[in-house]
Design a protein around this ligand. Sequence first.
Ligand SMILES: *Cc1c(COP(=O)(O)O)cnc(C)c1O
Length: 212
Amino acid sequence: MIVQNLKEVQERIHALDKNQHVTLIAVSKTKPASDLQQAIDAGQRHFGENYLQEALEKIETLKNQDLIWHFIGPIQSNKAKQISQNFDWVHSVDRLKIAKRLNDQRPKNLEKLNVLLQVNIDNEATKSGVLEGEIEDFILHFENFQNITLRGFMCIPNPNNAEQSFKKMAEILQKHPNLDTLSMGMSTDLELAIENGANFVRIGTDIFGKRA
Ligand SMILES: *Cc1c(COP(=O)(O)O)cnc(C)c1O
């Protein structure tokens, strides 16, 4: 099931992504390591997790398999240390305090942590992320951080106007020639996101099935 689902998602991506700029992140929150292993055996390397504790267990269980781990959930500041120690990418940075903690806690023997700024692109009260107008100020502060690299932006748009929001995100990235990454697109809006310039898509349900 998972292997077939993964194949179908890969085909959906390849149909639009002729130049192979898009990386598929399999979002495995709430799913057991055995599910991830099925995807790994089928060639999947990038995994996205939202909850630190269960993620750490899976990272431990699946270590030595050359995987790339993405933290995509809300970050409490007391969790920043373990996130910085155990992940390769963090998509959900939305406060300087968190960026600073990730920077200060990144082990020196690891490569720099790749960070995306989460943008609350539709200005929704229920969503985390910086507002569009706060981005520039946020980016300026990154010059102080030696152990993390800002790579680009992430968003979770309002489904009612996803296309318009993805276009806005692409414009934001274009204003920053030194950044190269847009993380956007989930199971329901994968195609729209790729058409508008996503290079990470984060797919859970369509690979692993519905979550409880
Ligand atoms: C759960 C989650 C996803 C995956 O969503 P699906 O609809 O299951 O594909 C992607 N991004 C974030 C931030 C998530 O929390």
